[in-house]
Design a protein around this ligand. Sequence first.
Ligand code: OGA
Ligand code: MN
Length: 197
Amino acid sequence: MINKVIEEVREKGWSFNTDFLSGVELQAINDFFVAHKSEFVPAKVGKGNESQRATEIRGDNTLWLDPLAPQPPFDKIMNFLEELKRSLNQSFFLGLKEFECHLAYYPVGSFYIEHLDRFESDSSRTLSFVFYIHDSWNPDDGGELVLYSKDKKFISSILPLPGSFMCFMSEDFPHEVRVSRKERRTLTGWMHTKIIY
Ligand code: OGA
Ligand code: MN
């Protein structure tokens, strides 16, 4: 899968891949999810002192993971991300150093309006990635990830199929998460050009 991701990032700046995680792997992740659900906090908008809760912007709840102290259900994802980071650096000389990631769930009726993943004050976020870890998803459940070009032209609408993996260059793609009609679960994160831990 790494080679497909590299070639697609080279050609168009993003890559969507189905069936990265098996049913058994999804089950283990969802058991972790349920066990830790009370620790999730409403996601905020902005960075540091300027961050604030804004459900009219984003309605997800997040739990940050520590890539330096990996939990077993995420081993496959973390190993894949390390390998992907190496391959991206080899292919594109991006100078990626570390990645950060959180689990997130979007309750029924929530969304994340169009945004860029880069903070104005910090250009270190270089590659955005999302693994979809709910156990089933139908087209009428909504929750699509919609990608736009920098000049706001529609590029693609991605149904968050369970077990699939999405990545895109953080700087180049404004995107939104459409309203979910079912609880939508992800592991989302960013590869950085600076040391973060
Ligand atoms: C984000 C985001 C996309 C998704 O968390 O910044 O855009 O598909 N997530 O969940
Ligand atoms: Mn985003």
